[in-house]
Ligand binder design. Sequence first.
Ligand SMILES: C[S@@+](CC[C@H](N)C(=O)[O-])C[C@H]1O[C@@H](n2cnc3c(N)ncnc32)[C@H](O)[C@@H]1O
Length: 479
Amino acid sequence: MDNKTYIPDDFIADVASYLPAHLTMDGFIASCRTGLRRAVRVNTLKMSLQEFEHQAAQLNWHIEPIPWCEQGYWLTRSAEEEANLPIGNTALHLSGCIYVQEASSMLPPMALATCLVPGEHVLDMAAAPGSKTSQLAALMDNQGVLIANELSSSRLKTLAATLKRMGVANCALSHFDGQVFGDYMYESFDHILLDAPCSGEGTVRKDPDALKNWSLASNLDIAEVQKTLIHSAFMALKPGGTLVYSTCTLTPVENQQICEHLLETFSEHVEIVPLNTLFPDANKAATAQGYLHVWPQLYDSEGFFIAKFKKTGSVEHLQQKTKKGQFPFSSGSKKDRQAFETSIKQQFGIKSLPGTLMSRDKELWLFPQHMETLQEKIKYSRIGIKVATTHKNGVKLEHEFATCLGHLATNNVFELDPAQAKAYFQGQDIRLDPPGPAQGEVVLTLCGAPVGLGKWQKAKIKNKLPRDLVLNGQLITWV
Ligand SMILES: C[S@@+](CC[C@H](N)C(=O)[O-])C[C@H]1O[C@@H](n2cnc3c(N)ncnc32)[C@H](O)[C@@H]1O
């Protein structure tokens, strides 16, 4: 029990006004003061659940499946052991095979999972740091198009880094206030996740200071932003499409009342999709309307709120806008494309790629399939993955080529042992004993998942990890 957790009296009084009758305030406060079980999500773009379970057993991790997410597991060690478990330093984490994600945060993508169909267009409107974007990409099996938007520039960088590590290839990133989507991308998406900026009342078990600046006035301010965002999201949704609205806060001001606002504004074109059967025990959190109001004591998790809606018909919109400015990509020169395709076929046996090659100056990018209808509607920070740079004498493959497409390689793949992996992530070359005859480039794997590129050089593999990804001295332990 942690008594350092700050829980202001005003907050408790507010919670008392909407705490469901079957829950007690004592139970709520006790739960807020109890640390969280750690949870991880297996990234099925890189590792199977069976392999993860095998690796977890080798590491002596005790794991328990999370009932609402097949890919999610709680780590059930003693509190002390868990606190010291350096997940960020594990091979499983560095290889992108797992992502540390709170269990209830896995719910919103799972609410969309049942309706995802290959080839669709999905928007994640408030995406950083990318927990749910990377979960959605895995649920989409890297197919279709996932637009991940984020307002904050620093958080956009974190989002980009997450997606690289997790091997996400079907994503385009944008950097806007989410309120523009309704105008610029009117009725363009099959599904939208709005994991809205919120007051974070549900995160107090992770962050004892989460309620330091709590006030009803600030809840009301944030609610105004949420109304604008949900309005924009609904306008950007295709008729027949689904919208999931979620927050990691508890107050109805930012949850049920935002949903009410949507239902009132678009009364003839929207219906609630009840979530009470999303997983076997979901009823415990279901509200009368069919939303999930996840109180921290219900499943021993963070607090969360999730609502799902269907757009039943088109909504007229007179203020659609179009983007001005040049689209900087073209299909580029046939010679460059062929040089790249020949290189990856000869070196790695890769004969076809899941996407469309596009060029910008000397850069070759792989756009997700079905990007065409969206690619010129807004300006993106990046689309798809940068796979190569072309030169007079050929092509230089990029790091992302390996992390996102390396699993397609049938030749020139080298599995790092723990010592070699440590050297690799610290930016060092990998010594080979005895020296090998191989030449050219090599996809390096860890836990069977591609983590980057190297270059065979007789007695070593030359390290090609980008400098900004080198872990200088941060890799203190290795589990
Ligand atoms: C709850 S967090 C998103 C967490 C994310 N979905 C995840 O699972 O990793 C909300 C995000 O919305 C961003 N944000 C705040 N205002 C925004 C706006 N007007 N438009 C778009 N994003 C916004 C914040 O910077 C923050 O990164």
